[in-house]
Design a protein around this ligand. Structure first.
Ligand code: SAH
Ligand code: MG
Length: 199
């Protein structure tokens, strides 16, 4: 028997690729969902919904998982609303249409997943760490940024891209030097992930 979930997930991924929406790499999703299972994460805050793909994948881990996710782009937000309905996950995924740097979120989460504007990671981290449960963790995506973080700066032709890569490097330094967290980097997983655990 074919599980109808698979075809729905496949459809979602195909839409993202066709529309050039930067959803999480398969390896990254595997890592994230395994992490959720292993650490019995139930309450997740996501920064950067896009069309809801990663939120849906996280919610599908098990029926206890609840996701609150923030998106500032209206078209993507509306697409996410549609997709969450398609999967019947309206009661476990809360979609917020707002700029994450302006929204105030109440409550605490066992996992905060940062996957929004890559140059703003420090700001996201500092804005939402108050929402992190005592033994919670913050996971950040795109730490490798398509291999550009490992590259020599002179090899990056575009000035904007160079500046973005510099900001990701600043964030890596920030995490390494942050005395309140122990961060492990997984540069080889998907587009690179950082897992920061409260000490
Ligand atoms: N997590 C998604 C992909 C997110 S792509 C997945 O893997 O399926 C990054 C998204 O973050 C984009 O849709 C972008 O519009 C959004 N974003 C960037 N900066 C933001 C901000 N300050 N507040 C809210 N959303 C933001
Ligand atoms: Mg990402």
């Amino acid at each position: 028997m074919v599980n109808p979930l698979y075809s729905k997930v496949r459809e979602l991924k195909k839409y993202a690729i066709d529309e050039h929406i930067p959803i999480m790499a398969d390896q990254g999703i595997d890592f994230l969902t395994t992490y959720i299972l292993k650490h019995q994460v139930t309450n997740i805050l996501e920064i950067g919904t896009a069309i809801g793909y990663s939120a849906i994948m996280m919610a599908l881990v098990n029926p206890k998982v609840k996701v609150t996710t923030i998106e500032r782009d209206q078209i993507r937000y509306m697409e996410a609303v549609k997709n969450v309905k398609k999967f019947g996950l309206e009661d476990r995924i809360t979609l917020i249409f707002q700029d994450a740097l302006e929204v105030n979120i109440e409550g605490t989460f066992d996992l905060i997943f940062i996957d929004a504007a890559k140059g703003q990671n420090i700001k996201f981290f500092e804005r939402f760490e108050k929402n992190l449960a005592v033994d919670g963790s913050i996971i950040t995506d795109n730490m490798g940024f398509h291999g550009l973080v490992a590259k020599d700066e002179n090899e990056i032709a575009s000035k904007n891209l160079r500046s973005l890569v510099r900001k990701i490097k600043d964030y890596i330094t920030y995490l390494r030097e942050n005395q309140n967290y122990m961060t492990t980097f997984y540069f080889e997983v998907g587009d690179g992930l950082a897992v920061s655990k409260r000490k």
